[in-house]
Design a protein. Structure first.
Length: 309
């Protein structure tokens, strides 16, 4: 009997446990009661933006990429990149030996830029001056500036139109932390600031890629005849004077008569005085006489041609 009661109790507990686990444990909303509100979420936990602050050198100048631009920073411990300012009409002062921060911005045609800077927070004795240079490393290239107030005073450069180009905004001070420098006043020379830049950059130039055709030269062998002089013989004519001796006959031409070659012949010629009259024979020159005459003429000619040597 006892065993049966124990079994029945166990079975009853099993049924209770089954019924309990089959019920929906999700709380139900009762009509007329407000729904519970979700816990508020701090949006700052989703933000990764940190204050940029200005650059400590021209090479690290903070670029202002869009307007309106707001930033905070501090010049405490910053370097002095520029100490001289010109023209004096830019801010009213020509020396800025204080620590400085630098921002850069680029404008196009039709721009209008307004700049304001307030010391702090927190409250501070910082007495800043602000100015814009067209050449970051040349203090004489100032085109706009403001240093009209004192401690806690907001400096403002009203809406200004700049020639297209890149400019550099300095947050500086008339005072210095250097005891040996001009205008020594550590409390006024550096401190925290709040910067605001508004307006528009104008129409910035658009970089359009330009396709440039490039010609590639291909070497083509070309045979070019080359005349190479191999030596030229130039005849050189040298006049040569040759003396020709003149033979002057010095001998005497003596005609030699051979008695055998010349045979005198006499032929009588009868010359009459008329018909029936007496005739007288006239001797005629023979061949040897003519030959003798010719030789004589030749001898005379030789003698005439002889000239004194």
């Amino acid at each position: 009997m006892k065993v049966r009661l124990q079994r029945g109790a166990v079975f009853a507990l099993f049924l209770v446990s089954v019924v309990a686990t089959s019920q929906d444990s999700t709380p139900r909303h009762r009509p007329g009661r407000p729904l519970p509100r979700a816990a508020a979420v701090d949006p700052s936990i989703f933000s990764t933006r940190q204050p940029l602050a200005g650059g400590d050198t021209c090479a690290t100048a903070t670029s202002v990429g869009a307007l309106t631009f707001n930033d905070t920073g501090t010049t405490v411990g910053a370097a002095d990149n520029n100490s001289v300012l010109a023209p004096s009409t830019c801010t009213g002062f020509t020396t800025y030996p204080g620590a400085d921060h630098i921002y850069s911005f680029t404008v196009g045609a039709g721009n209008s830029i307004s700049i304001s800077l307030a010391p702090g927070p927190p409250a501070t004795n910082f007495d800043p001056g602000i100015y814009v240079l067209s050449n970051c490393t040349d203090g004489t290239s100032c085109v706009a500036g403001s240093d009209a107030g004192g401690i806690g005073f907001t400096e403002t450069i009203p809406a200004t139109s700049y020639a297209p180009g890149t400019y550099y905004l300095y947050i500086d001070s008339f005072y210095t932390t250097n005891p040996a420098g001009p205008n020594f006043n550590p409390g006024k020379a550096e401190g925290p600031y709040t910067l605001s830049i508004s307006g528009n950059f104008g129409t910035l130039p658009t970089n359009t890629p330009t396709t440039t055709a490039t010609s590639t030269a291909t070497a083509t062998p070309t045979t070019t005849p080359t005349n190479t002089p191999t030596g030229t013989i130039t005849p050189s004519v040298t006049p040569t004077v040759t003396s020709t001796p003149t033979v002057t006959p010095t001998g005497t031409l003596t005609p030699v008569l051979s008695p055998t070659s010349l045979t005198p012949t006499l032929t009588p010629t009868i010359v009459g005085g008329g018909s029936g009259g007496p005739t007288t024979p006239i001797p005629t020159l023979s061949a040897w006489m003519l030959a003798a005459f010719g030789l004589a003429l030749a001898a005379i000619a030789v003698l005439l041609t002889r000239r004194p040597s």
